[in-house]
Design a protein around this ligand. Sequence first.
Ligand SMILES: [Zn+2]
Length: 615
Amino acid sequence: MNKRLMILGSAILILASCNCKQTVSDKYEIEPHSHAKPNQAVITHLDLDINVDFEKEIIKGKATYKIENNDSKQIILDSKYLDIEKVEADGVATDFTLSTPDEVLGSALVINIMKNTKTISVYYNTTDKTEALQWLKPEQTADKTSPFLFTQGQAILTRTWIPIQDSPQIRVTYNATVKVPNNLMAVMSAENPKEKSADGVYNFSMKQKISPYLIAIAIGDIEYKAVSERTGVYAEKSMIEKAHYEFADMEKMVLAAEGLYGKYDWDQFDVIVLPPSFPFGGMENPRLTFATPTVIAGDRSLTSLIAHELAHSWSGNLVTNSTWDDFWMNEGFTVYFETRIMESLYGKDRANMLALIGRQDLAEQVESFKNNPEDTKLKLSLEGRNPDDGMNSIAYDKGYLFLRTLEETVGREKFDVFLKSYFKKHAFSTITTEKFIKYLNKNLLEPNKIDFNTEEWVYKPGVPSNASVIKSDKFKDVSSYIAEFSKTSVVNTEIVKDWTTQEWVYFVRNFPKNFTKEQMSTLDKSYDLTNSGNSYIAMVWYEQSINFDYRGNDVDAKIKEFLTRVGRRWYVSTLFKAYKTNDKVEEALEIYKESRSNYHSVTANTIDDILGYSK
Ligand SMILES: [Zn+2]
């Protein structure tokens, strides 16, 4: 059965079995990426009781939900690749069915309930197909002594480790009891332990209502070090001091964010530094951001990532996109907020460099979508597709540019008052693009009598012509050096002395088309870019090495080592794309065959697509 038919099939089933014509509410939007029918019966609280078995690499346990039933005889959860053992309603066994699995959405777990059912419990095991979990062997960690496990729930992967109504519109509080091997510590997107327990049992509580994609767990031989009373880092032993040094400004960042848009609502803001196969730069799991170790540059130069994840405590976690078609509402606002935090801590120069790099990413993204311009709209229609397809520079950087243009049009003062009240008004709720536009018109544009092409920004492809122009004097100097060097091949050691990571990245990314291998070699001899300890600079240098077919300084071996160690999707996909555009797919596949097993499923899926790889 194809996806569309299957969804329709279960909808008919529910309507036929539900005596609720008059009472069905329309509180929840139609959500193309969840089987759940929350207007009929919805979960409100989760009690999770699980045992984590590193030998068998499965999680086994029970998920109990408090539910609100709108007179329905069934409640539907999402479940993908889970082995469901039994289901209870108020502690008594009840019937359930699992629909034929859809490749993207998984199965509808349809559970029979009574009108007055208060709780349901699902007994289940994860399987080896589970996409959210990445089980790591000791050799894949920093310390190389103990195994590690982490989850990645966004966008629709939580259903692969917990049966749940997996739509961002659903919000639940949760408690969890987690049993892990004695030498390991478990942490979640919840109130967390700061020390290991003697018996390997950990209890968690998340008192604020969050969307299911934000339920997360990490387990490993980790420790905690506080940065301030409400901020700190978790990491493996060999990483803890480095992480603590790198993120020393965490408290300052929280204060700056609060100064902009109101109180931090989640009490604690910690970061866990994960092993390098973590697929994202960071994931804004509430109270505990998950981060890649590739942001640890030793000089605090990549900490805008922390500002970004912190900003999600407002845009994303507090005010959440209703569906994945509204994903720009999470990310565009967050990039805007992140840039403002960076500006208030480190000044306009730094903020504009970051913004200009994003602007360049956006131009490249728009160009790469020239054959499917629909995907360059802010509001997407991802029905029938994997929501991961929308996780690209459009949501982030076009979203940012829209808000920056808006800010410049109305003036910062008014815009800040508006944003602050927007977060306050919609706290702990979800929002569609349409609701936002209404709110924007009513509270900012109409009262100030401002005409703005919001509809064009949101519903039309490409970048509107009134987009604000981002300028950076620092990058102007970099550009002059590039122009001079490409003419003369004379290296300047003085100019680069105080360069930040952003200047290096801008420099390397903007080599002109007629640049030569010899010029790459000259630069490498002076700056040793092939061996850069800064993963961002290394990544863009490797990209250019592939583009310009530069093979000196053992760069091929370095690229291979990088792609085998690091699983951050952005980095890895940039390099594999470069191989592809330069007709070097065979070379890429040689590496990929070895590196793939080190990648989380979200990275592997993306690279499979790029290289046309099938297992
Ligand atoms: Zn983000």
